[in-house]
Write a protein that binds this ligand. Structure first.
Ligand SMILES: [Ca+2]
Length: 259
């Protein structure tokens, strides 16, 4: 009886030792490719700035890991952001990242209408120490509006990375500092539409443009101070038709002769 009892105890003891060995074996490095080395890192990235109500993503990327690995992640967000998971909205997450599953993992977060959100979380590879992520702050940017800026025209930054189009102006208006402002025009092109000898014209904005012209006798119809042969020809015709008198024609001839 005693022998049988001793044998039984020996067998049970052996099983316990083997079981302990197998249990402890999980912590040993059996070849370097299936161990958690302590060099593994999870990097969490979130955009620094989002729009009100925007859906954005937070990424969790494992680096420094090889072979078989696994980590747990716990994350909480405050400030009004919510993780959107299968239609459910949560302010905290607990998930595992393991080899053979997607890396990085991406989660969708919905921003509130204003303020900022803070992500606070940590990760743990296997049974290694818990490592805190640096806190991530996501600011909800309020885009500028044309009305808010008081702009009626032009294109601007909305201060959130977007573009603000506030419309355009109709000529003669031009966009100046966000306002359609009439642009006065006393330029050569506009004068060309006037009579050659005109000394005034509208500037297109309710004021008057002026200029000095010199007419060399009545024959100088383009007011360039020169009587050319064609102008003189017309003037002679006018004299023949009694439109001008002989003295006027004489002065025009004199001007033509003198060049
Ligand atoms: Ca002329």
């Amino acid at each position: 009886m005693a022998n049988k009892k001793n044998t039984t105890m020996l067998v049970i003891g052996g099983i316990v030792v083997i079981a302990l060995f197998l249990y402890m074996g999980g912590g040993f490095d059996f070849g370097g490719t299936q161990a958690i080395t302590g060099l593994e890192i999870i990097t969490r990235t979130a955009p620094p700035q989002v729009l009100p109500g925007e859906s954005f993503t937070v990424n969790y990327l494992v680096t420094g890991a090889s072979g078989k690995w696994g980590a747990t992640v716990e994350e909480a967000v405050s400030g009004g952001c919510v993780f959107s998971i299968s239609g459910e909205q949560k302010t905290s997450l607990a998930f595992a990242m393991v080899s053979d599953l997607p890396n990085p993992l991406t989660y969708t977060v919905i921003a509130p209408s204003s303020g900022s959100c803070t992500f606070i979380g940590d990760y743990m590879f296997g049974s290694s120490s818990i490592v805190q992520f640096p806190n991530a702050i996501v600011t909800v940017c309020q885009p500028s509006t044309c009305v808010g800026l008081g702009y009626g025209c032009g294109t601007y930054s909305d201060n959130c990375g977007g573009t603000l189009s506030c419309g355009s102006c109709t000529a003669p208006d031009v966009c100046t500092s966000g306002q359609c402002v009439c642009q006065a025009d006393c330029g050569v092109t506009r004068w060309a539409l006037e009579d050659d000898c005109a000394t005034t014209m509208s500037d297109g904005c309710g004021s008057t443009c002026t200029r000095t012209v010199t007419q060399n006798t009545g024959a100088d119809t383009n007011c360039n101070n020169i009587v050319d042969r064609a102008e003189l020809g017309f003037y002679i015709t006018d004299w023949v038709n009694n439109i001008i008198n002989r003295i006027s024609l004489g002065n025009a001839i004199q001007a033509w002769v003198e060049g």
